[in-house]
Write a protein that binds this ligand. Structure first.
Ligand SMILES: [Zn+2]
Length: 361
């Protein structure tokens, strides 16, 4: 009798565990999402806006380690988003741009200490500069041998969408093609890379450039915020800036836990705006099942803009004031119903040209 009771209790407990387990799992099943962090300098003396100090970097990595984030390789992230491999919960990719010497001397030892994989987007012309501000080819080779992913960031860090005076669209596209392919060839020859990853300088792209980059076979990364998931445009993958004012872990912690909206359509004319088109319209059709549409908020230049819901699953947002000349972003976020404290996050970067077709750095 006693055995039967024990067996009965065991079965009840097992079923309860099984049932609770299944329910819990169903409740937290949000689409796969990755947050990509973007760093430049690791130094106490470089411009604060693009820098973290070694102490700050250490603090970020400690936070990731202590809060159950999983820092993964960029190839793992891409394969995971494509559904080819399992993505861990709270997946993070760490990336650096521009191959500054201080990334090698100050950043690398800290990343090694935490045993976290990272990616470095390299502008090839300044490599081995006599002033020693950038890494040498030997240092890049060392990183490559250590498993750091070395990738393309153009030859000269140009403002890519900016056409030269008297240059046709076709000539401009040919110049961009040449730039990307030259940088790729140099990285292949000098470092031996085989990946097809690209980061736009300043995160600047327009529709034509995005199309070219895709046709050349590249997966490309910007500098706008947002979660990276299955519906993300693979030639406009978001990355969260983690330096300067964005280094603060109170806000960066929320970004690290960001989720990717499941978008069905992202409709806009072009990210490169003519001087006289300063208020672009952004329309998004998306899966709204895991957030309250009334809680979706957009920020433009730090100002809250409530979106207009055109249907239950489609909203539009338009700037209420003219965007300034240069880069601006629309940021839209909504808290997840299933995962408390986590936010869906989508961002779009615009570039408004001045009357001469230019804009500041
Ligand atoms: Zn850069």
């Amino acid at each position: 009798m006693r055995l039967v009771t024990t067996l009965f209790l065991f079965l009840v407990t097992s079923f309860t565990v099984l049932f609770t387990g299944t329910t819990a799992q169903a409740e937290v099943a949000t689409p796969p999402s990755v947050t990509i962090l973007m760093y430049h300098h690791v130094s106490e003396t470089t411009p604060p806006v693009t820098s973290v100090t070694p102490a700050q970097l250490r603090k970020h990595l400690t936070y990731l380690r202590d809060n159950n984030f999983n820092v993964i390789d960029i190839h793992h992230a891409l394969a995971g988003v494509r559904g080819e491999v399992e993505l861990p919960e709270k997946a993070i990719v760490i990336s650096f741009d521009d191959a500054y010497q201080n990334i090698f001397t100050a950043g690398r030892p800290i990343l090694k200490e935490f045993n976290m994989p990272w990616t470095l987007f390299v502008t090839t012309d300044p490599i081995g500069d006599t002033a020693g501000q950038c890494m040498s080819w030997e240092q890049l080779q060392t990183l490559h041998n250590e498993g750091v992913v070395i990738a393309n960031h153009t030859t000269d860090h140009t403002h890519m969408p900016r056409q030269l005076e008297n240059e046709t669209e076709q000539q401009w596209l040919a110049r961009m093609r040449e730039n990307i392919l030259t940088a790729q060839q140099v990285l292949e020859d000098r470092v031996g890379i085989t990946n097809m990853l690209f980061a736009y300088p300043y995160g600047e792209y327009n529709n034509a450039l995005k199309k070219l980059v895709g046709e050349l076979g590249f997966t490309a990364f910007g500098q706008h915020s947002g979660g990276f998931g299955p519906s993300t445009d693979l030639q406009a993958i978001p990355r969260f800036a983690a330096a300067g004012v964005y280094a603060n872990l109170r806000s960066l912690g929320t970004k690290m836990a960001a989720l990717s909206f499941n978008t069905h359509e992202v409709k806009y004319q072009d990210t490169l705006l003519a001087f006289n088109s300063p208020r672009p319209s952004l329309e998004i059709e998306l899966d709204t099942s895991d957030f309250h549409t009334s809680q979706l908020q957009c920020f433009i230049g730090g100002v809250l803009h409530s979106p207009v819901w055109l249907t239950e699953t489609r909203f539009q947002v338009v700037a209420e004031h003219d965007l300034p000349v240069g880069r601006s972003r629309y940021n839209c976020t909504a808290p997840s119903k299933k995962e408390r404290g986590r936010f869906y996050w989508f961002s779009m970067q615009w570039i408004r040209q001045d009357e001469q077709g230019s804009w500041p750095d």
